[in-house]
Design a protein around this ligand. Structure first.
Ligand code: FAD
Ligand code: NAP
Length: 340
């Protein structure tokens, strides 16, 4: 039986660097260990929290249950056809290392998602995305273990119910499955996507004459390193809020009052995605700091822990931001980060 530790600090295991205790903690490195642990917990009945890289969680209190750190490892080319490579990665593999591996192998399709922190297992949870690509665009299937009976279930793209930073695992099937592995489908002949944000400009700055998978990955890495706080230096969990998607009629009304409000048409134009960063900046939060809890000056969508902030302080700041944006714009921001 794998070792279960008691009263373990979760500080090294969350990118916010928040100090909170796990009543029980267990690192799982094989399917056998996972099955044993779930069996053990059937009799002990502790609330269960599955943790990957801890880069999308905020602990507001100690966790009075069992934290299972999913550390299953392995990357494998499982199949290929004329068009695609099918690559399987185990849940405990680091996402960015996986992307780098695929870039090196000339497997094309996830280079725009370079440098997203965290592990493979969490990537379908919120359908991770960046620079115009989401995991759903390359997703083939995943395997997950059902917590209630230990059975292994396979999910295809449709069964995951992917949406904008959403999946069934965040909603209907919340806390019911532990994702074990993911298979992605990557192109042999590249179809690049550089239309988004300032990738094209960055490639020009880099003096790239011929596009390659590697050059796009490098451009994305350069932009992200400039704009986003490095969690090893300043605690954060990336975007704290989702970008709100509102009916376009409402957006058009707002545009009359706020001529510079940015918006991106989605859902065939019926709705518009409004960058939450703009709403937060307009309401005066950009660069705000109270104690060690703050709103990052270079990207106000990111809340930060400058050192010794508590999870509750960060959470309370997020509540204040939500309230002020709601009063000013009538838009209710939704937290993207998982709160515990
Ligand atoms: P964790 O934080 O460990 O877990 C997140 C949630 O998933 C928790 O609810 C957890 O219980 C659950 N979970 C984790 N693993 C499993 C599993 N195997 N089975 C079932 N449930 C599981 N996200 C983006 O989408 N795009 C970005 O560009 C992006 N940029 C970021 C930049 C920075 C600097 C930071 C700090 C974060 C960023 N994020 C981004 C957020 C984060 O990196 C992603 O959400 C990532 O997928 C989280 O992975 P993780 O392993 O750290 O998940
Ligand atoms: P950005 O490029 O400054 O863009 C700001 C906002 O505009 C984002 O909300 C983005 O939506 C939207 N946007 C920009 N160009 C768009 C286009 N052509 N079509 C549709 N929407 C467009 O954003 P950023 O903060 O620097 O982040 C860059 C990318 O990395 C984004 O994709 C962002 O989602 C991702 N990222 C995510 C996190 C996280 O924790 N979730 C953290 C950092 C960066 P989208 O967000 O929908 O792309």
């Amino acid at each position: 039986m794998t070792q279960i530790l008691d009263n373990i600090s979760l500080q090294p295991f969350n990118s916010f660097g928040i100090h909170a205790l796990a009543k029980h903690f267990c690192k799982v490195t094989s399917l056998n260990e996972m099955q044993e642990l779930l069996e053990w917990n059937k009799t002990n009945n502790h609330p269960l929290l599955v943790l990957g890289g801890g880069s999308n969680v905020l602990f507001t209190k100690d966790y009075d249950g069992l934290v299972l750190q999913n550390a299953l490892k392995g990357i494998e080319l499982v199949n290929e056809d004329n068009e695609y490579y099918f690559v399987k990665a185990m849940a405990g593999e680091n996402w960015h290392q996986f992307v780098s591996h695929c870039v090196q192998q000339q497997y094309q399709g996830i280079e725009n998602m370079s440098l997203i922190p965290g592990n493979i297992g969490a990537s379908p949870m919120q359908n991770i995305g960046a620079y115009g690509v989401e995991i759903k665009d390359v997703f083939e299937s995943l395997e997950a273990i059902q917590i209630s009976d230990g059975s292994i279930v396979s999910f295809d793209n449709k069964a995951c119910g992917f949406g904008y930073r959403e999946s069934v695992f965040k909603h209907q099937l919340r806390n019911q499955f532990i994702i074990l592995s993911v298979v992605v489908r990557l192109r042999k002949t590249p179809i690049f996507n550089i239309s988004y944000g300032n990738i094209e400009q960055e490639l020009m700055n880099m003096n790239v004459k011929q596009l390659t998978i590697q050059s796009i990955a490098d451009a994305v890495i350069r932009i992200r390193q400039r704009k986003l706080p490095d969690p090893t230096k300043i605690g954060n969990a990336g975007s704290f809020f989702k970008n709100p998607i509102i009916p376009t009629v409402l957006y058009d009304e707002l545009k009359k009052a706020y001529a510079s409000i940015p918006g991106f048409a989605v859902q065939n134009g019926s709705h518009t995605k409004v960058p939450a960063a703009w709403l937060i900046e307009q309401t005066g939060w950009k660069g705000f700091r109270a104690g060690d809890a703050g709103c990052y000056p270079l990207q106000p969508l990111v809340l930060v822990n400058y050192g010794h902030a508590t999870g509750l302080e960060i959470f309370n700041l997020s509540t204040q931001i939500i309230e002020k944006v709601k009063i000013e714009f009538g838009i209710e921001l939704e937290r993207e980060v998982n709160i515990y």
